[in-house]
Design a protein around this ligand. Sequence first.
Ligand code: IPD
Ligand code: CA
Ligand code: CA
Length: 264
Amino acid sequence: MNQFGSKKEFLQFAIYIARAAGKKTLDHFKKGVQVDRKDDDSPVTVADREAEAWMRERITEKYPDHGIIGEEYGTVGEQKSVQWILDPIDGTQSYIHGVPLYTTLIGITIDGEPEIGVIYAPATDELCDAAVGLGTRFNGHYCKVGNTRSFRESTLLSTDITTIYEEGLDQPFNEILKRCRLHRTWGDAYGHMMVAIGRADIMFDPLLNIWDAAPLLPILREAGGVFLDLAGHARIDSGHGFSTNELLAGEILSILESFPKKTS
Ligand code: IPD
Ligand code: CA
Ligand code: CA
């Protein structure tokens, strides 16, 4: 099979397991699920664990030679060429508060390159997928980022203002905020998806793990936009990032350069 053939096959399988695992999370959604705390004090529920465990089983059955990196159950096969990167519930805070903007995420890297991304929002039944060279689709239709070219017309999204302060990024963020038309906190991966489908213009995230970022890069790139870390590199392992279109990216980067991150 050529490179596009296997990419298509991986993408199809990723869509299938993201949708099925995502739907499983609905069994506990808005039902008062118990919230446990992880070592880093972040919340986790049985729904996160069940969804990731189910995806891992399916991937291992179908592709025993691939590696898996998951938020809840760690890494296996880190030397393998194909890596499945899983976040069973992105937006756990939304999930436990009964807000329908949480998603199930799958990113796939091939030889270290982020090639495939899937974002599935179970509660709204919206699915965004991409593979490098094959375009980005939203609910099965090809989609593009918006063409807003002026900050004055732009909609900015973020997840959590506290984290922006804690990460010493309040100055650049406030500057971006001042220049934008509208700011909303429809955040987490759902916010990045909104940029990819042209419903918002900028999604700013000061704190990302690899499982948060892995699907975003191919999805934004194939939608004609960018997913960059705060230094302007197209990477998924920097620990932060933003999504936008090509027209606004330069101004965001120049603000980030003018107001460097504070270090405590
Ligand atoms: C969170 C989201 C959020 C990011 C946080 C993550 P979770 O993931 O991805 O956008 O800013 O750092 O922890 O815990 O809801 O899967
Ligand atoms: Ca996440
Ligand atoms: Ca998660």
